[in-house]
Design a protein. Structure first.
Length: 447
């Protein structure tokens, strides 16, 4: 047995990690140590999908109810890049409302069953925040299930990281969903309750609301797996894209971590025109059958993520949830409008989400783009706005009106006043700390 594997397995066992997750880690470890991990997806192996491989959102059939659908929110992240130390989903996105509040209200309004895939870091805060929502947990289902964790491996000496705390572990990517949902018989329980489909999306993407037309389309066309995709823009060129395997003809996903060394056409958004929104729909019966076929573990491509933890070089084993698209015969991609993809990865995204670009529908609880509103691109100076605390400090009176704004660029330290409106393309520049007076602004503004 390769060196250090016993130590990793013993550590996972002591931490209460499930036998299925330990078996998965063992298999990945053996691939890694034998040099069999092929992280690159070469240009010769793939081609762009033809137009007829994509279904169109606007052409979906009439809506069906969501009685046979469970909504699963991926909720394992802390948002540390934005200066957060608790679950990212606790961030306030509307006055007095966090991501979790919007998601809970949507579920109660539509009557859909709701689950969160939490991490060890987010579970406690999440369940505490959701406790006041009576009726959210139903049919004997838990409100969440736990993502697994893998030992981080030192790349200098080869063994597991040994700080003796949370730094020793990494979440194995959202591809862990397919392992984690089997724990304690949860997948079987969902199927027994009549849940045929799961809608999976990131908790920080409030554009991802359950739409009954999609499982209706899947049922009518016997689609076992469906990925929502959006047209790539120049801002998306460095992210992953949809493709087709030349050898098998199956739809596949090429992530940035799988980009080959050297020149290729990964960033060619005209050639590879579609990206994965991470809004996925899965036929749970088909998933159970596929898991049984592969002995409880889907053979997703392993991605090696090198990092430094307090100066120690490590590698993390990770997989991507969307990579499962090529494992389900008959899987489809669905071209959706950009309004279904509104994640918060940076403070500039949070600013737009908090603005008058969006309204909350009082009936469905959905966050919808306001009538006539533009979808602005916003670029904030990372030095002065990169953390949520900095953003709140610079906008003490609330977010200016962005409804008529096409783009907003802020360079320098600017504090914003109430009763401020931006129109068209706006660039604000300040060489020293300045306050922007109330008013309407267009074009280039130097303070």
């Amino acid at each position: 047995m390769p060196q250090h594997l016993d130590a990793c397995v013993a550590r996972m066992t002591a931490a209460g990690i499930s036998p299925a997750a330990i078996a998965c880690f063992r298999q990945y470890y053996l691939q890694y140590r034998s040099g069999q991990v092929r992280t690159e997806m070469r240009e010769d192996d793939i081609r762009p999908p033809a137009a007829d491989r994509l279904a169109r959102y606007e052409a979906l059939p009439a809506a069906a109810d969501l009685a046979n659908t469970v909504v699963i929110k991926l909720n394992g992240g802390l948002g540390t890049s934005m200066g957060l130390t608790k679950a990212k989903s606790l961030l306030e996105v509307r006055p007095g409302m966090a991501f979790l509040d919007v998601i809970a209200r949507q579920a109660l309004a539509t009557g859909t069953r709701l689950l969160f895939m939490d991490s060890y870091n987010t579970r406690g805060d999440t369940l505490t925040h959701l406790a006041p929502y009576a009726g959210l947990a139903r049919d004997g289902l838990p409100l969440d299930f736990l993502q697994n964790q893998f030992p981080r491996l030192r790349t200098d000496v080869g063994g597991p990281l040994s700080f003796g705390d949370a730094r020793d572990w990494n979440p194995p990517g959202h591809g862990d969903l397919y392992l984690a949902i089997q724990a304690d018989g949860l997948l079987d329980q969902l199927l027994a309750l009549g849940c045929r489909y799961a809608f999976v999306s990131n908790a920080d993407n409030l554009g991802a609301s359950a739409d009954g037309r999609i499982p209706a389309f899947m049922a009518a066309n016997t689609v076992p797996f469906l990925m929502e995709v959006c047209r790539r823009s120049p801002m998306d060129r460095k992210g992953g894209h949809l493709a087709v395997r030349r050898e098998t003809g199956a739809l596949c996903l090429r992530e940035a971590a799988q980009r080959p060394q050297g020149g290729d056409r990964f960033e060619d958004i005209e050639l590879y025109g579609w990206f994965n929104t991470n809004n996925l729909w899965v036929d749970l019966q088909a998933l159970r059958d596929l898991l049984r076929q592969h002995h409880g573990m889907l053979p997703l491509p392993l991605m090696l993520n090198p990092k430094k933890v307090d100066g120690v070089p490590v590698v993390q084993f990770e997989t991507a949830m969307g990579a499962a698209i090529e494992l389900f015969p008959g899987a489809r991609a669905l071209a959706v409008p950009r309004t279904r993809f509104a994640p918060v990865k940076k403070t500039c995204d949070l600013l737009v989400l908090r603005s008058d670009v969006y309204d909350l529908d009082p009936t469905s609880g959905r966050l919808v783009q306001a009538a006539g509103a533009c979808q602005p691109t916003v670029e904030l100076d990372d030095v002065h706005y990169g953390k949520v605390g900095q953003l709140d400090e610079r906008f003490p009176e609330g977010v200016p009106s962005l409804r008529a704004c096409t783009s907003l660029v802020v360079r320098g330290q600017v504090t914003f006043s109430a009763r401020t409106t931006f129109r068209g393309n706006v660039t604000l520049s300040a060489d020293s700390p300045k306050r922007l007076p109330p008013g309407t602004y267009e074009g280039a503004v130097r303070l």
